[in-house]
Write a protein that binds this ligand. Structure first.
Ligand SMILES: Nc1ncnc2c1ncn2[C@@H]1O[C@H](COP(=O)(O)OP(=O)(O)OP(=O)(O)O)[C@@H](O)[C@H]1O
Length: 259
């Protein structure tokens, strides 16, 4: 049994609207250190909007988000990233023509101490730093078991491996909180199993707290410590997988959505 710690992310009374469309209405939940916390719900439930509020892409009209004890309003995605939050994307944010190694290296940018000027000159301290950064990236490549593809342009890899590289890019930021946007979407059964294993290994070995959005109820119930369920922008369930599975409102929302 792993040790779950204190609250690291506290989402309080968040409401977000796009014109007349209420994407989120009065959503509150918390995430504890070392947890795997899932946000699930049918299409259009507000899951991506919630993730975008957490990492500063959207500014909610109401409510507040507290991260590591710091309450933020109007923080940019970069500032949130600097506080140790990394994310992966549903539609992948990779440079397809670049190698696996170089793509994962882009995740180190925030960690680079020497500026672009030094890097461009490729001299002295910058060169030393680059080799240190490469060592971190090589460790991630080993961890994700993609050694054989380190020099391959990402666009040539099968989709499941591209998703793994995207995870590597996020891990390169050495985040304390990792946001995963549908990490299993579009994958076959075997790729899904691999991705589940890597998510759990990241959580175990690095102690990283994980918030993930997923459509596939089965997968989520297997790997999450607690689950938040959204439907039409409202929270209809929150708890351990067994409780959520038995929740009448959740069953109705999923049946209604044809799941
Ligand atoms: N940028 C936007 N502009 C206008 N409406 C938006 C925007 N983003 C989301 N919405 C609306 O907000 C609601 C919630 O959408 P959101 O994408 O957060 O749901 P979701 O649960 O992530 O859905 P899916 O599972 O299909 O990705 C939907 O009605 C959607 O149309």
């Amino acid at each position: 049994m792993k040790a779950i710690g204190d609250v690291v992310l506290d989402v309080k009374n968040i409401s977000l609207a796009f014109g007349g469309v209420k994407a989120l209405t009065d959503i509150s939940f918390d995430v504890r250190e070392h947890e795997v916390r899932a946000i699930i719900g049918p299409n259009g439930a507000g899951k991506s909007s919630m993730l975008n509020c957490i990492n500063g892409v959207y500014q909610p009209q109401q409510g507040q988000i507290t991260l590591h004890g710091k309450t933020f309003k109007g923080m940019s995605p970069r500032q949130v990233a600097e506080m140790g939050v990394a994310r992966t994307f549903q539609n992948l944010a990779l440079f397809k023509g670049m190698s696996v190694l170089d793509n994962i290296m882009t995740g180190r940018n925030l960690r680079m101490k020497r500026g672009l000027f030094w890097q461009a000159l490729h001299l002295g301290p910058a060169r030393r730093e680059e080799s240190e950064q490469r060592a971190v990236v090589e460790r991630i490549i080993d961890f994700l078991e993609i050694q054989a593809h380190r020099k391959t342009p990402v666009g040539r890899l099968p989709y499941g491996l591209q998703k793994r590289v995207d995870l590597g890019r996020a891990l390169a930021m050495e985040p304390s909180l990792l946001l995963l946007d549908e990490p299993m979407a579009g994958m076959n059964v075997e790729e899904k199993q691999d991705m589940c294993r890597f998510i759990l290994d990241v959580n175990d070995e690095f102690g990283t707290t994980i918030v993930l959005i997923e459509h596939d109820m089965g997968v989520v119930m297997d790997i999450s410590d607690r689950v938040v369920v959204l439907d039409y922008g409202k929270k209809i369930g929150d708890g351990v997988p067994d409780d959520v599975r038995r929740n009448e409102d959740v069953i109705k929302a999923y049946l209604g959505a044809g799941h």
